[in-house]
Structures are given as C-alpha cells and as structure tokens.
Design a protein around this ligand. Structure first.
Ligand code: ATP
Ligand code: MG
Length: 342
C-alpha cells in the first residue's frame, strides 16, 4: 500500500494565533497522535514569507523561533513530526523552477486568495514576481515530500487546486503513463467556523497582518482584554433586548472552542430570547479559551528558556526533510531526462 504523508506549514510573519489553531494546528496534532500517517512534515515557510516581506529578513528570522515555540506549545512532537525550515532546502527551489514552465501567468493572476492578498497589501501596480508565483512554490513544497494530505484552512483551497493541476500536467508531460508526482488532497477542518475563523472585529479572517488576532502566546490578562473588545451584536443594547448570534463573534468562538455544545446551545437560545448580557457570555468565553490556551502557554514558556534545544530540533528536522526532498528531486529529474551525469 502506498504511504500516507502529511505536509503543511506556516509563514514566519508573526506568532501563531487562534485562527491557525482551529484551522490547522489542532488538526495536525490530532493526526500526529492518531498514528495513521507514515510521515509528517511541518514547514516553517520563511522563503514564502520573504515574497511579501523581502525588506525585513530580521523579523522573519526572529519569527522562525516564535513559530517553532508555538508548534511545541500546541503539542507537535519532533519525534513524530519533522519540523523544518523551507529556505534550507535548495531542492524546493529547483522544483519550483521546473514547475513554473507548466503554469501560465494568467492562471496565477486568477488565484482568488492571491488576488485578495494583492489588494490587501496594495500590490496592484507592483506585484513582486515571487509573490505572484508563491502558489507554484507551494506545489513544490507539497510534492517534494510525496504528500498525500495537506491539513490547512480554507484560504488554501486555491493553492491545493493549483498544485493538483501542476501534478497532472507534470505527469502528463514527463510521466510516460506513470505518476511521477502524487496528487495531494486538502484536509479542511470539519466545522465551518474553523475553516476560516473571523478576527476580533468580526470582519475578515483572523490574520497576523490585520491586527485582529488572539495569539497562542498572549498572557491570560491580554486574552481577557481582547475578548472584551470583541464584536457582538450592535442591536443588543439592554440585557433584556433579544440578541443575534449570527455574525456575533463571541458565539462563533464558542462554537470553535467549546466542547460543551449543550451549554452553548442553551446560551444562544437565552441570548436570542433576551435577558443574557454580553458580559456574561464573554466571561464564559474567556474561561473556555483559557482551557485551551493555559497548557499551550505553559509548554511554550518551558521551551522559550531552552533555545539551544529548539534550534537543534530545527536543525535535525531540516536535515531529515532535505534528504527526503533530494530523493524526490532525483526522481523528478530522471523523469525529465535531465539527469545527465547519473
Ligand atoms: P499572513 O497574514 O502572513 O499570510 P496568516 O495569518 O494568513 O498570515 P499563514 O501563515 O498564511 O497565516 O497561514 C497558515 C495556516 O493557517 C494556513 O493553513 C491557513 O489556512 C491557516 N489559517 C490562517 N488564518 C486562519 C483563520 N483565520 N482561520 C482558519 N485557518 C487559518
Ligand atoms: Mg496567509
């Protein structure tokens, strides 16, 4: 039977937040602990971060360490999940170059997530070429490990679609009837709120860039303070007024984090009838979030004081990942008949 392999990761553009947690991290830890996967690769995508942060490499460098701490904090185990740094694998950039020949510029310009990000970053008249091509480099990241499964949030759907297209094209052009590259499947969280967790303002998805996030490393008092600022229902003025739960971020977060669904259902009904104040619901949400965040914060802090151990874990993971990508790259080059000196 063919192997089951996971590849996923995050850009070191900041610390990780609750959106990352419900969109991808929680699922990764569950899959890791299920022992159903033969290999798991978790990538800190520093080269991709540089596609829109080219001028601030020092911040990217610092955030690699922060993301590694977040990983260890949520319970990723380096013995079972290979954690590595993207830029240290030249194989990924070789694959990207070959794949770029199989994609048109107009196809890249149609990518809805990239389009939204270009607008958000004000890149309309000056898109860095590397930024436009990052979906191709993601195809390289995924296929370099023969990944079968990519657990990510919904904004990644167009990237997986692009990867699958490249795989099919590659196999068509170079496979001679064989599958040289593996077509991966996306694995989205099963609940809709977790696929794209909104930010504190309730407007867009929670994002490092938009400043609307609760970070996994936030102290308890900061979390409480952020919950107090959360968007609720502007028409719910007096406690006795009937309130709305749709679009009310406090209830959205309860749906994403509270395992006691009976209590949440009861609170929603009470809120809609009137008589339940925002203060009470927020207080409950703070308790619920602390149940998740307290152990993460504790483990994270323990590693924060052992930076050498964290760096050595990254070095070991990166070496292991590089060896795997080198094997796949050799197979790719053979299929393309550019293995002149074999
Ligand atoms: P940036 O603004 O720098 O792009 P980001 O907050 O979008 O940062 P990424 O590193 O791009 O984070 O995304 C890492 C992973 O987390 C992806 O799988 C993405 O789908 C998931 N993710 C990010 N934000 C959310 C969210 N709000 N809800 C669900 N999943 C999310
Ligand atoms: Mg992003």
């Amino acid at each position: 039977m063919s192997k089951k392999i996971i590849l996923t990761g995050d850009r070191p553009t900041g610390k990780l937040h609750l959106g990352h947690y419900v969109g991808s991290l929680r699922e990764r830890v569950r899959l890791q602990n299920s022992n159903e996967y033969d290999e798991i690769y978790i990538m800190i995508a520093d080269a991709q971060a540089l596609t829109d942060h080219a001028g601030t490499p020092a911040a990217v460098r610092e955030n690699i360490f922060e993301v590694a701490l977040d990983y260890l904090g949520v319970g990723l185990d380096p013995q079972r999940s290979t954690i590595f740094i993207q830029s240290q694998l030249p194989q990924l950039f070789e694959l990207t170059t070959y794949y770029m020949n199989l994609v048109t510029v107009s196809r890249l310009e149609r990518n809805p997530t990239v389009k939204a990000e270009i607008a958000q970053k004000g890149f309309e008249t000056s898109i860095p070429a590397g930024f436009l091509c990052y979906p191709v480099s993601q195809a390289a990241d995924i296929t370099a490990f023969d990944a079968t499964t990519v657990p990510v949030g919904e904004d990644q759907t167009p990237m997986l679609e692009q990867t699958r297209e490249i795989v099919r094209k590659f196999n068509d052009v170079y496979g001679g009837g064989q599958s040289i590259l593996i077509e991966p499947d996306i694995l989205l969280p099963s609940s809709d709120v977790c696929k794209r967790l909104p930010g504190l303002d309730g407007k867009a998805k929670m994002s490092k860039t938009l400043g609307n996030a609760i970070y996994l490393s936030d102290e308890a008092d900061v979390v409480a303070q952020k919950v107090q600022t959360m968007y609720t229902d502007p028409t719910h003025i007096k406690v006795s007024d009937p309130g709305h739960v749709e679009g009310n971020v406090v209830f959205t977060y309860l749906d994403a984090f509270c395992s006691d669904t009976a209590t949440v259902t009861e609170m929603k009904e009470h809120y809609q009838r009137g008589g339940l104040g925002d203060v009470k619901v927020k207080k409950y949400l703070i308790e619920v979030l602390e149940e998740t965040l307290e152990p993460i914060r504790r483990r994270r802090k323990a590693y924060e004081h052992r930076p050498d151990e964290v760096m050595s874990m990254l070095r070991t993971g990166t070496t292991k990942a590089r060896n795997k990508a080198a094997e796949v790259l050799a197979r790719v080059k053979r299929s393309m008949k550019i293995n002149y000196f074999d």
